[in-house]
Ligand binder design. Structure first.
Ligand code: NA7
Length: 540
C-alpha cells in the first residue's frame, strides 16, 4: 500500500444522508477531488438496508427529514405523507444523487477493508475489498450510526432451518409471510413498525419481547398541498428554526407542570396523544426527561393507553413499560398495540419466559416449544460506535481504533479523534446523531468539516488532529448534559447497554442546537482543541 495508484483530496465512506451531502459539499462547493465508497449496491445507507415491512420515518413531518440546504430540492420534491415510508425516502436520496451528479464519484459494492494514516505523507492509505489502493489527505467516515447489526447469540440459533431475516439487512426481493408461522425477536422501533404489517399477512406471529416499550401513535397522514406550499414559501425561516430548536421547526413546551392541576395535565396529555407523533414528549411540560415525578405521570398516562387498547388483560400487563418514558428511543407506531387484539398474534415475555435454545424447527423457552417457519430478528444495532470500529482505521503510530476505543469512545466534538489526524466522522459518538434531525445534522457537520479543510488549504497546513485534553473536556461536557437528565438511568443503546461487553457511556450530545453552536465557536477560535502541522511537502 505504499504507492497507491490514485490520490484524492478526500475519501468519503458511506452514501447515506451524511455521506452524500459530504461528497456534494466537498466536491461541488469546495472544488475538491473526492471519491466515495459504499459496500451497499446503491445510495441510501440506513434507508438502503432497512427495508423491512412497515419501515418509515419517525419524524414529525417528512419535509423536515430531508436536505435543507437547497430551496430547489425543497421545491421539486413532492412529499405526500407526514411520515414517509422507506421506499419514498430511498427514492428521494436516489434523486438527490442523480440531481447533483454524485453517482459518477461513488463506487458501490466496495468495502474499505483497511485505512491507515501515513504520518510522513500526511494522508490516509485506503485498501478496498476489490484490491484497490488509494490515498487521500482527508478521510470522511459517514459510516452510519445504525449499521452493524446485533444478532443474539442464543444457543443453536444458527441451527434454525427456516428463513431468518434481520430488519437491518432486509432482502431486496419480496418476503412473503403468507401461510407462515413467524417469530419476531425485538420490540424497538423496527419490531414495532414491522409486527403489525407481518401480522396482516402471516398465519401466526409470536413476538418475543425482552423490554416492553413506550410507543406513541404516529398518526401518519397525507401531507396537504397547502402545508407543503407553506413549507416551501417559508423554507428559509423553517430551516433557521430547525437549526435553533433542536432539529425540528417547532417550539417545545415552556409550560410548567406545577402550574397546572392534575386534571389539566391529563387533558393536555390526551390532546397531545391525539395529535400523535413526538408531541407528548416535547410539548407537554418542561422537564419530562429530567424530572422523575413528572416523567412517572406521563409514563402512567401511556401505560393507561396500552391498558385501554389491548383487550386481553394478561397481554396488556406484559406490554406495560417500566422504565422512564422517553429514555429509550421513543417509538412511533401505526397500530402496534392494537395488533395484539388479533387472533393470530401472541406475546411471549422473555423476562418470565426466557429463550433457552433454538432448534431446526423453532425455539424453546422456559416452559414452551415454539415452532416457527420464519424468524425475524428486530434486535437492533451496535449503535453509533459499531460502524467506526468495523472500519477500524489505524492512526498515528499504527494504533487501531479498536485499541483506542477499548474502554471508552473518546472523541472531540463527535467528529474527530486524537491520534487519528485528518479523519472526520459524521454522526460519530459524541455528536447529536439521532437527538437532532439526522439529515440536517449531517449537512451541518459536513459543512463544518469543509470549513476546517478550507482553513487548512488556505494556510497550507498538512494535518489537523484533536488533542487528548480536548477529548477529556468534551467527554465531561457530553456527560454533564446527559447526567442532568433521566437518560443514563435506563439501559438503552444510547448508553451502549444493548451489546454485551460494550463500554457504558452516553453516546450522543443531547443539545443539538448548542452542539452546532459549539462547532462554530471552535472554528472561530482558530480550531480550539486541535493542533495543526504545516504541510510536509507538496500536499498531493
Ligand atoms: P433497538 O431499538 O435497539 O431494538 C432492539 C430490540 O431487540 C429491543 O426490543 C431489544 O430489547 C431487543 N433485543 C436485543 N437483543 C435481544 C436479545 N438477545 N434477546 C431478546 N431481545 C433482544 O433496534 P431497532 O432496530 O428497533 O431500532 C434502532 C433505531 O432505528 C431506533 O432507535 C430508531 O432510531 C431507528 P431491549 O430493549 O434491549 O431489552
Amino acid at each position: 500500500m505504499s504507492n497507491p495508484a490514485e490520490h484524492y483530496d478526500a475519501i468519503v465512506i458511506g452514501s447515506g444522508f451524511g455521506g452524500l451531502y459530504a461528497l456534494h459539499h466537498l466536491r461541488d462547493q469546495l472544488g475538491l477531488n473526492v471519491r466515495a465508497f459504499d459496500g451497499a449496491g446503491g445510495v441510501g445507507g440506513t434507508w438502503w438496508y432497512n427495508r423491512y415491512p412497515g419501515a418509515r420515518v419517525d419524524a414529525p413531518s417528512s419535509p423536515f427529514y430531508a436536505y435543507t440546504f437547497s430551496q430547489e430540492m425543497v421545491d421539486e420534491w413532492e412529499w405526500t405523507e407526514t411520515q414517509s415510508g422507506q421506499p419514498t425516502i430511498l427514492k428521494y436520496l436516489e434523486h438527490f444523487a442523480e440531481r447533483f451528479d454524485l453517482l459518477k464519484d461513488i463506487q458501490f459494492e466496495t468495502w474499505v477493508v483497511d485505512a491507515r494514516y501515513d504520518e510522513a505523507a500526511q494522508h490516509w492509505l485506503i485498501e478496498t475489498d476489490s484490491g484497490q489502493t488509494l490515498s487521500a489527505q482527508f478521510l470522511v467516515c459517514a459510516v452510519g450510526a445504525l449499521f452493524v447489526t446485533n444478532k443474539p447469540d442464543y444457543p443453536g440459533i444458527d441451527d434454525f432451518a427456516g428463513d431468518c431475516y434481520h430488519t437491518g439487512r432486509w432482502p431486496h426481493e419480496e418476503v412473503s409471510f403468507s401461510g407462515k408461522r413467524v417469530g419476531v425477536i425485538g420490540t424497538g422501533s423496527s419490531g414495532i413498525q414491522a409486527i403489525p404489517e407481518i401480522a396482516k399477512e402471516a398465519e401466526h406471529v409470536t413476538v418475543f419481547q425482552r423490554t416492553p416499550q413506550y410507543s406513541l401513535p404516529a398518526r401518519n397522514r397525507p401531507l396537504s398541498k397547502e402545508d407543503l406550499a407553506r413549507y416551501r414559501e417559508e423554507w428559509d425561516d423553517l430551516r433557521t428554526s430547525m437549526r435553533r430548536r433542536g432539529g425540528w421547526p417547532f417550539s417545545t413546551s415552556r409550560l410548567r407542570a406545577s402550574e397546572a392541576s392534575p386534571e389539566e395535565r391529563r387533558a393536555r396529555y390526551e390532546k397531545l396523544w391525539d395529535e400523535g407523533g413526538i408531541h407528548l414528549s416535547i410539548n407537554s411540560y418542561v422537564g419530562v426527561l429530567s424530572d422523575a415525578e413528572l416523567n412517572d405521570e406521563v409514563s402512567e398516562f401511556v401505560r393507561d393507553k396500552i391498558r385501554e387498547t389491548v383487550t386481553d388483560a394478561d397481554t396488556a400487563a406484559k406490554l406495560l413499560p417500566d422504565y422512564y418514558f422517553g429514555t429509550k428511543r421513543l417509538i412511533l407506531d401505526n397500530g402496534y398495540f392494537e395488533t395484539y387484539n388479533r387472533d393470530n398474534v401472541a406475546l411471549v415475555d422473555l423476562r418470565s419466559e426466557p429463550i433457552e435454545a433454538f432448534t431446526a424447527e423453532g425455539l424453546r423457552t422456559k416452559n414452551n416449544e415454539h415452532e416457527i417457519d420464519v424468524l425475524v430478528l428486530a434486535t437492533g444495532f451496535d449503535a453509533v460506535s459499531g460502524s467506526m470500529l468495523n472500519l477500524n482505521p489505524k492512526g498515528r503510530g499504527g494504533v487501531s481504533l479498536k485499541e483506542k476505543w477499548d474502554d471508552r469512545f473518546d472523541n472531540y466534538l463527535g467528529a474527530t479523534i486524537a491520534g487519528f489526524p485528518n479523519l472526520f466522522m459524521i454522526h460519530g459518538p459524541g455528536a447529536p446523531g439521532v437527538f437532532f434531525t439526522m439529515p440536517l445534522g449531517g449537512e451541518l457537520t459536513a459543512s463544518w468539516i469543509g470549513g476546517c479543510i478550507q482553513h487548512m488549504r488556505d494556510a497550507k497546513l498538512g494535518s489537523v488532529e484533536a488533542s487528548e485534553e480536548a477529548e477529556g473536556i468534551w467527554d465531561a461536557e457530553i456527560n454533564g448534559i446527559a447526567n442532568r437528565t433521566l437518560y443514563p438511568q435506563t439501559k438503552s443503546w444510547y448508553m451502549g447497554a444493548n451489546i454485551p461487553g460494550k463500554p457504558r457511556q452516553f453516546l450522543g450530545h443531547l443539545r443539538g442546537s448548542h452542539y452546532f453552536d459549539r462547532l462554530t465557536e471552535v472554528a472561530e477560535a482558530g480550531y480550539e482543541g486541535f493542533t495543526f502541522e504545516p504541510a510536509s511537502g507538496e500536499v498531493r
